[in-house]
Design a protein around this ligand. Structure first.
Ligand code: GUN
Ligand code: FE
Length: 424
């Protein structure tokens, strides 16, 4: 049994309403699980090894439930288009390069290194259509000590010839090969990834649905991100009443199939109701919604209706891996929505945003994203003491400021599922 304690200024969420703070305290890790937060160490833990991070911020690892690893190469570039033009002009061209092993290795090494030293401990990640490159990405993430899900992307229509499944049979074969290639990984697991309805034929969706049932895999995709996209789905799927039904009819929309849908910017009442009933997770990606002019997702409505919500960086429609940035932007976007769209829906506050980026998204992984007892032990230590300021800040103010500053260079240690990934 491995037990240790971390000492520092501890902040975490129990619920969405309030960040819990405990200055100069200990959080105990026992066999990879959190064994409580204490002002004074109980007798039974007095002799356990202790990482002394006194004066530093100690928080649960951040959770990113939506991003595209291959797009990391063009983050911060080409943000002058809406979704479909952006995909055709920038995204598909870049993703096609991952057929080349040398390119994909080089790109994924850089991506994994940067993710390792970020505050993110768990992530749900899209790869590309290429099974080999996706399996290699997963091995690199596992070796870096990360936890998460990664998907080989599926797309077989409305896609350029150079980035399109050759046939449904080929897609099924490649998907099965990929599942086999990664079956021995411990912390990085496969997640079925139909890119989105416009690029997935009925036959492909049917086949993926069978693979889902056989292998009991979770699913990730995109939903109701852009107005033009939603109109397109209406034309492509005349038998559905709303976008979400196009996944639901293949049993890939929650229920027995744990599902993350990215964006949900323009979901109608029926779609919201089905997401609620099926426990579909909404991946809110505020920076992406802004960069692609998609709109502002009604997160306050989703919170009030009790939907499952986490945050996503959506690299590269979002430019940064930082989920701190996603927290700040979730608040900022909700303020604009409140001012410009609907004054009956209050903006998010810092407690809510921190919850979404930790325990909210963490729930997709089980008991993840908090320091409550029994939660998997993911922790990040931040040395904010070198941020110069004449003003003395309370502990919660230090966290709040850090969320807005979102500068990775102050992260000095990281623990994932009880294992130290880096730090003294
Ligand atoms: N919809 C389908 N593919 C993508 C993608 O790569 N990024 C975003 N933001 N939306 C998508
Ligand atoms: Fe995306």
């Amino acid at each position: 049994m491995e037990i240790y304690a971390i000492k520092g200024d501890i902040c975490y969420s129990k619920d969405i309403h309030k960040i819990v703070v405990s200055k100069d305290s200990y959080v105990v890790c026992k066999d990879g699980l959190c064994a409580g937060v204490y002002k004074i160490l109980p007798k039974c833990y007095e002799m356990v090894p202790c990482y002394d991070y006194s004066g530093k911020l100690v928080i649960p690892g951040l959770v990113d439930i939506h991003m595209h690893a291959p797009q990391y190469t063009f983050r911060g570039l080409g943000m002058d288009m809406e979704l479909i033009d952006w995909l055709n002009t920038h995204t598909f061209v870049e993703e096609a390069k991952y057929e080349d092993e040398e390119y994909s290795n080089k790109a994924y090494d850089i991506f994994v290194e940067d993710l390792k030293y970020s505050a993110t401990t768990r992530a749900c990640i899209f790869g590309t259509i290429h099974h080999k490159a996706t399996s290699e990405l997963m091995k690199k993430l596992e070796n870096a000590g990360m936890c998460g899900y990664v998907g080989k992307v599926n797309m077989d229509r409305n896609s350029p010839e150079y980035l399109c499944e050759k046939s449904v049979n080929q897609a099924v074969e490649d998907t099965k090969k990929w599942i086999e290639e990664v079956k021995d990984l411990k912390n990085i697991k496969p997640i079925l990834t139909p890119r989105f309805i416009p690029t997935c034929s009925d036959k492909l969706m049917e086949s993926l649905s069978e693979i889902q049932k056989e292998n009991k895999l979770p699913v990730q995709s995109h939903l109701s991100e852009n107005i033009g996209e939603i109109e397109w789905v209406k034309d492509l799927c005349p038998d559905t009443n709303f976008y979400g039904e196009a996944y639901y009819k293949y049993n890939m929309f929650g229920g027995d199939c744990p599902t993350i849908m990215a964006h949900c910017v323009h979901s109608n009442d029926d779609e919201i109701e089905l997401m609620k009933k099926q426990n579909v997770f909404v991946a809110h990606c505020p920076e992406s919604n802004t960069n692609l002019s998609s709109g502002i997702a009604p997160i306050r409505t989703y919170i009030e209706k009790g939907l499952k919500i986490g945050l996503g960086s959506d690299i590269a429609a979002g430019s940064t891996l930082s989920i701190f940035n996603a927290m700040a932007m979730a608040i900022q976007c909700s303020k604009l929505r409140w001012r410009l769209v609907d004054q009956s829906l209050l903006p998010l506050n810092i407690d809510e945003a921190f919850y979404l980026g930790t325990k909210g998204g963490g729930e997709f992984f089980g008991k993840v994203g908090s320091f409550e007892e029994g939660y998997e032990f993911d922790a990040v230590v931040i040395d904010d003491t070198s941020i110069k300021s004449a003003r003395e800040l309370e502990l919660k103010e230090r966290l709040e400021r850090y969320i807005y500053l979102a500068q990775d260079q102050y992260i000095i240690a990281k623990f994932v599922a009880g294992n130290k990934v880096f730090g003294k």
